[in-house]
Design a protein around this ligand. Structure first.
Ligand code: FES
Ligand SMILES: [Fe+2]
Length: 437
């Protein structure tokens, strides 16, 4: 794979004793290129949800590392992924974000491919020497594509472990989130997509465990809403809230309800049929996990995040978020809204209305985050600031002290609003960056 610039030129990025991470990790274009080679071309990376491709010929255009890919359902119903580049002169085959085709036809000279990637015709076949073997001229397949509970991941690394092994213990949480009914989740609309001038790891860190920013970054929305302001406890993690991380580098923050406040996630769908399905599908431990939960926000290494949140009595947002790196201080963000497949049309409409209202380009809660991440990039890129590390000191005292009374998988830590899991994410990131497998 390209871009594997030398890692040996870089000494350690993380000072564990001081709880610090080198600032260049969040701004350097060279480290971004190292990440493409050493993380994004070697890991399982999220490509899409299988419900985005209900029919044969459906496709979506996505990124896998630095490469554009087509994720498509072929005539036999198999979900496949290919490099989105013609074998002739390399032109992008699928230029729209999504569509349905019978063949992939190149817009340049018309080479045409089956949905399973085989070359059908060059359109000038009559000039091709007799006996030319077309079978070697098909689209370049992504060597590994696997689905877990509707989530489709791909990897350029043909030798990577199977997806369930990569997800490891964190599957228990993904099951509780993406498979709490027999049908699992459904993407309700095409994703929103936008760009931000910030490093992708700000997104991953924010979702895996940044409870500290909520009261300050989002103070505006809280003061705009008198009801919510009166319930300021909503923005403080309730008793038992915690954060956790697994050996594979996946983690989440579980924020429980503050005593005495009426909001719930799992218990206030106001859809009895759906709640009955939860009871049938979830294991008792997962039901307990969800019962008092107000926000579940997490990240699968490297850049697949998700959040489920409730603020009002009937308002829920279930969001998948993807942080696509495009430079040391640039990324593209993709955001999907989901609901349970078995949910009523009215319920789905409510979720679809509420999700983007809460998070994303028009969300009450996200442009404020993005403005601050971009501001961190802008203020950190100069030669003076780059010499100074970022601080994760509020996680240090908890580093080797996971809680012992938490029954779920992973190493869990309290309080929820320290930086221990963010720091552990960065330590995992460095181990992966320096690994040679
Ligand atoms: S580049 Fe695709 S047919 Fe020429
Ligand atoms: Fe935020």
């Amino acid at each position: 794979m390209p871009n594997d610039v030398s890692i040996s030129a870089h000494p350690g990025w993380i000072d564990v004793a001081r709880g610090e991470v080198s600032r260049e990790v969040f701004v350097s274009d060279e480290i971004y290129r190292l990440e493409l080679a050493r993380i994004f071309e070697r890991s399982w990376v999220f490509l899409g949800h299988e419900t985005e491709l209900p029919s044969a010929g459906d496709y979506v255009a996505r990124m896998l590392g630095s490469a554009p890919v087509i994720l498509a359902r072929d005539a036999a119903g198999t979900v496949r992924a290919f490099l989105n580049s013609c074998r002739h002169r390399g032109t992008k085959l699928c230029r729209a974000d999504a569509g349905n085709v019978r063949h992939f036809v190149c817009p340049y000279h018309g080479w045409s491919y089956e949905l399973d990637g085989r070359l059908v015709t060059t359109t000038f076949d009559r000039h091709v020497p007799e006996g030319t073997d077309f079978s070697g001229l098909g689209l370049i397949p992504v060597p590994r594509v696997e689905t877990y509970k509707g989530l489709v991941f791909g990897s350029w690394n043909a030798d990577i472990v199977a997806l369930p092994q990569y997800l490891g213990d964190f599957r228990w949480y993904l099951d509780a989130f993406f498979a709490r009914t027999p049908g699992g989740m459904e993407v309700l609309a095409p994703p929103h997509r936008w760009r931000a001038k910030a490093n992708w790891k700000f997104g991953a860190l924010n979702f895996i465990g940044d409870s500290q920013h909520v009261l300050t970054t989002h103070v505006g929305p809280t003061t705009l809403d008198p009801l919510r302001a009166a319930q300021a406890g909503l923005f403080t993690p309730g008793k038992d809230s915690l954060q956790l991380i697994t050996d594979e580098g996946h983690g989440c923050t579980l924020t429980y309800l503050n005593e005495g406040l009426p909001q719930r996630t799992y218990e206030t769908t106001h859809d009895a049929a759906l709640e009955a399905l939860y009871e049938r599908t979830l294991a008792p431990g997962q039901r307990n996990l969800l019962r008092r939960l107000r926000v579940m926000v997490g990240n699968v290494f490297p850049n697949f995040s998700f959040i489920e949140s409730t603020v009002g009595d009937r308002q829920r947002a279930i969001i998948i978020r993807f942080w696509q790196p495009t430079g040391g201080t640039e990324m593209e963000i993709v955001s999907w809204v989901l609901a349970e497949r078995e949910a009523s049309a009215a319920y789905k409409a409510r979720v679809l209305q509420y999700g983007p209202r809460m998070f994303g380009t028009a969300g009450v809660f996200e442009q404020d985050d993005l403005e601050l991440w971009a501001s961190a990039a802008a203020a950190s890129s100069n030669s003076v600031a780059q010499r100074l590390p970022y601080g994760f000191q509020t996680g240090l005292r908890y580093l080797d002290k996971p809680v012992t009374d938490y029954p779920g998988p992973g190493r869990a830590f309290r309080p929820a609003d320290c930086e221990v899991v963010q720091f552990e994410f960065m330590r995992h990131w460095e181990r992966v960056m320096r690994s040679n497998v």
